[in-house]
Design a protein around this ligand. Structure first.
Ligand SMILES: *Cc1c(COP(=O)(O)O)cnc(C)c1O
Length: 359
């Protein structure tokens, strides 16, 4: 199978080799070194300030989203949240569950965030802003600088879900002034699922210190205390943390975040150019694309039927959509261990389906 989804994605041979090894005991100086190296490289790739801290939570990306909300916000906050798809919706559900007062900025699927969406909230006493930098479900890459400027003017604490855009599109945590950034092990980090990575700026550390977190397992005070010695309070997904270490060093050796972003951009460009050239019956449905994924609306066949056909008859996974987009949108990812030749195979499969009048 060739995997063109947005996670889990294909891993490099070195990362996969770690998966085949015995999982080592971890209360050791050696494992602490691995954790410190992971912290250093994640901060470097996100351009976080020196006084930022990193925690590695054993949960998927959604666990990182919930951890951020439980530890950094409380009932005295007044939050703004962008909801342009299923991940924005998840933030809305979490804010509701944890009883954080909020206002939702609801965007139609595929639409970009524009200054006029924010204008009405200027000077209205908002204290926090939550958004996906890239809403993966619709493939819309939001203008983070627009939000960063709003947050600076309005003194808003910013929580950014960069889960599918970290290492795919440029992100400068220091420049945006974000308080929290969240990513996950199975997206562009291209490791097994199971770890949420969170960078916490000093503004977040201050909030965490003052806040009461009503969940011991996800309490960042405890996680941060342990991370002072390169450890976690509970047994983490040790094997995945070792995969992350190999992967971060791999990226570092190949030129760092910039080179990885350029590699991802090149794959995305290659695929998109071919789509146009071949005149396949698919329309790109996002106003603002990330390098991570191409969201497509097939004009002649159900998106889900195409997904099933490509999986069952051609041995490849493209990424299906759920809910109301099940039949109208599928996505093709550009993250993980993929090459141009892989896209040639996918495009050949599409051409074959057109030949057979399936699409
Ligand atoms: C994948 C993803 C998540 C988290 O998903 P998990 O399945 O919990 O890892 C959250 N936000 C975005 C934008 C994502 O792409």
């Amino acid at each position: 199978m060739i995997n063109f989804t947005v996670g889990p994605v294909q891993s490099s041979d070195a990362v996969r080799a770690i998966g085949a090894e015995q999982v080592p005991y971890f209360r050791t100086a050696e494992f602490s070194e691995t954790m410190f190296e992971n912290e250093r490289l994640v901060k470097k790739f996100a351009n976080a300030t020196e006084d930022s801290r990193v925690v590695f939570m054993t949960c998927s990306g959604s666990g990182g989203m919930e951890t951020a909300i439980m530890n950094c916000l409380n009932k005295n906050d007044k939050a703004l949240v962008v909801n342009g798809g299923s991940f924005g919706e998840r933030f809305v559900e979490l804010l509701t569950l944890h009883e954080i007062p909020f206002t939702e900025i609801k965007l139609e699927h595929g639409k970009a965030l524009k200054p006029e969406h924010l204008a009405q909230f200027e000077g209205k006493g908002y204290t926090a802003f939550l958004l996906q930098k890239h809403e993966t479900s619709t493939g819309v890459h939001y203008d983070i600088n627009l939000v960063a400027d709003f947050c600076k003017r309005n003194n808003c604490f910013m929580i950014v879900d960069t889960i599918s855009t970290f290492l795919c599109d440029p992100f400068d945590m220091a420049a945006t002034g974000a308080g929290v950034m969240i990513t996950g092990s199975q997206k562009a980090l291209a490791c097994a699922p199971g770890i949420a990575v969170m960078i916490l700026a000093p503004s977040a550390l201050e909030r965490i210190e003052k806040n009461k977190c009503c969940c011991q397992y996800l309490d960042l005070k405890i996680a941060l205390k342990n991370m002072e010695r390169g450890q976690t309070p509970w047994t983490p997904a040790v094997g995945i943390l070792r995969q992350i270490n190999v992967r971060l060093k791999e990226i570092d050796a190949m030129g760092g975040a910039e080179a990885e972003i350029a590699r991802c951009a090149e794959l995305a460009r290659y695929f998109r150019d071919k789509l146009v050239e071949m005149q396949l019956p698919f329309e790109i449905v996002s106003e603002s694309l990330s390098n991570a994924v191409t969201p497509l609306h097939p004009t002649t066949q159900s998106a889900n039927e195409i997904f099933l056909k490509i999986k069952d008859e051609y041995g490849m996974w493209i990424c299906p959509n759920g809910g109301s987009m099940k039949d109208t949108v599928f996505r093709v990812g550009h993250i993980g261990y993929l090459q141009k030749e892989d896209y040639d195979k996918l495009l050949a499969a599409f051409a074959d389906l057109r030949e057979k009048k399936f699409i």
